[in-house]
Ligand binder design. Structure first.
Ligand code: PEP
Ligand code: MG
Length: 561
């Protein structure tokens, strides 16, 4: 078979190669019409399958919660509620008793009609919920036909192919699944969040062509470039195998030296921290040698919220994560709702990050109280998202002080995200108000270059226009005597990371899976050399020119793993 390259959107990084395995699609609705005698038993079978699905999802959620994977557990709870929804139960029962559908067809048809209603609303977030609903249909219909609720998989390295996936499908994947390729799907969909947490490469939006790949056909999924390659030729297969082996070796080498200090060859110390949203990621990051957490994304735990989270709801997410960080840096970001992270209760509300929180004093106080209590044994930092002016920092500080005083806690360090060009431009005015800057290169790059951050391949953070904003931020931080962290994806990007070190960034905060590697990169660099190249990069005219300038630094990283 000839090689075919399918272009999609990167949803979870990494590269993997395996045999295509289509997700057990649970069959189609068949045309069987049951005799009236057979209907009561089939109806009972359908309802039993729904009840069993609810039970399985509930058990899975309990396991995840025990593991600190609260966000994923909450997603499964929504599936349980759906399976127990009296309206759905009545519809399924009616489809069997009145229309004579089989148990399996009744489930598929009635659950699909709920999913189709969600799809029809044309909202990407609701479309993601539709994937969750279809995932329930697959599970329940498998159970109704006497199979196990879990999808069957063959042995060997597999690439899972499906139209779309629910988070439960991803959570239950066998160890043999190396990557996921989806026809539809979104990068902010729950399945993508779960895949990233598991370190599985994933590409979404590959279109219907991916569904026509043959079961067992060899496929490469390149989550860094957002492509899938079916029946790759020898050369491409060899290159993929080399990339996979190099990654594995690099990770093993990096893990072996995870206790070595992160100091450049010429003695400049650069701390490496972790980005996390769950207790599991915190655990993995600490095992890989992270100095603490440089960005805890609190909003990811509340994407389904129907109201501003209460203190207790915040504590359910924060406690399992922060209790692991006793005596270590814990940088907890205030809720960054808005944009593609808008929960149902904020639908139609404009604004983003701190702007939204400042409009609701009670919501801000609840989160601050939870953070201050949960982080009392850590080196706590409260990080403010989407800052555009110093007044926003002053307002958050004013809210923190009485809360810390009431609970008898130390006032935590207050840090500002620099992720909107306005914040970088105003950095000299914001710096005196904060104890640290954290540069969010994901948003900063997309806003500065006018490029959608979810575009395949992303936006280049090494564009001189972005590097100049970073340099301006570092200058302002130096003048105010505060440290600068970078917590966007650029901190673990081979091209950008050496430039960040060269520009004088003090801390890099990266995904848990990248901690060990980035630590090894720091040790491979020479700061003076990186600084000289970074200065020249500021005068470059394009990202391509910067790439050619920094090549000698990248070679050092390649050697480090
Ligand atoms: C960023 O914008 O770089 C960042 C770290 O924030 P998020 O990715 O959560 O928007
Ligand atoms: Mg951001």
């Amino acid at each position: 078979m000839t090689e075919r390259v399918l272009a999609g959107v990167m949803a979870s990084p990494g590269i993997a190669l395996g045999a295509v395995r289509h997700l057990d699609a649970a069959g189609k609705i068949d045309g069987t019409v049951l005799d009236s005698d057979a209907r009561p038993q089939a109806a009972a079978q359908a309802l039993e399958a729904l009840a069993q699905s609810a039970h399985e999802l509930e058990e899975l959620a309990v396991r995840l919660r025990a593991d600190g994977r609260i966000e994923e557990a909450d997603i499964l709870d929504a599936g349980t509620m759906m399976a127990e929804d009296p309206v759905l139960i009545e519809a399924v029962e009616g489809a069997v008793l009145e229309r004579g559908l089989t148990a399996r067809s009744a489930i598929l048809s009635e659950v699909e009609s709920v999913a189709a209603q969600l799809d029809a609303l044309g909202d990407p977030e609701l479309a993601a919920r539709a994937a969750d609903v279809r995932s329930l249909a697959r599970r329940a219909s498998r159970l109704a036909s006497g199979a196990s609720g879990r999808s069957e998989q063959r042995n060997g390295d597999l690439v899972l192919v499906a139209p779309d996936l629910g988070p439960a499908d991803v959570i239950e994947l066998d160890g043999d699944v190396r990557a996921i390729a989806l026809a539809v799907g979104g990068v902010t969909g729950h399945a993508a969040i779960v895949a990233r947490g598991l370190g599985l490469p994933m590409v979404v939006g590959l279109g219907p062509d991916v569904l026509s790949l043959e079961d067992g056909e060899v496929c490469i999924v390149d989550g860094d470039r957002g492509i899938a390659v079916a029946s790759p030729d020898r050369e491409r297969t060899e290159a993929a195998r080399r990339a996979i082996a190099a990654r594995r070796e690099g990770r093993a080498r990096a893990m072996a030296s995870r206790t070595a200090p992160t100091v450049t060859r010429d003695g400049r110390s650069v701390r490496v921290l972790a980005n996390a949203a769950t207790a599991t990621e915190v655990r993995d990051a600490l095992e890989a040698g992270a100095d603490g957490v440089g960005l805890f994304r609190t909003e990811l735990g509340f994407l389904e919220a129907r109201h501003w989270p209460t203190v207790a709801e915040h504590r359910r997410i924060l406690d399992p994560a922060l209790k692991q960080l006793r005596g270590l840096t814990a940088t907890v970001r205030l809720l960054d709702f808005g944009g593609d992270k808008t929960p149902p209760f904020l639908k139609g509300v404009h604004g983003r990050g701190v702007e939204l929180l400042l409009e609701d004093a009670a919501a801000l106080s609840a989160q601050l109280a939870a953070i201050i209590e949960a982080g009392s044994a850590t080196e706590l930092r409260v990080l403010i998202p989407m800052v555009t002016e110093p007044g926003q920092v002053r307002a958050v500080r004013a809210a923190i002080e009485p809360i810390a005083a009431t609970s008898g806690s130390r006032v935590p360090l207050v840090a500002a995200m620099v992720e909107v060009p306005a914040a970088a431009v105003m950095a000299d005015r914001i710096a005196p108000e904060v104890g640290m800057f954290s540069i969010g290169t994901n948003d900063l790059t997309s806003f500065q270059l006018g490029i959608d951050r979810t575009r395949p391949g992303g936006a280049p953070a090494h564009h001189p226009a972005v590097l100049r904003l970073i340099a301006k931020t570092v200058d302002a931080a130096r003048a105010a005597g505060i440290p600068v962290e970078v917590c966007g994806e650029a901190a673990s990007n081979r091209i950008v990371m050496p430039l960040l070190v060269g520009l004088g960034v003090d801390e890099l905060s990266v995904g848990a899976a990248a901690v060990a590697e980035v630590r090894a990169w720091v040790r491979a660099l020479d700061y003076e050399q990186a600084a000289a190249i970074a200065r020249r990069a500021l005068d470059a005219e394009s990202a391509a020119e910067v790439e050619s300038l920094e090549r000698p630094l990248r070679v050092l990283l390649d050697d480090a793993g």
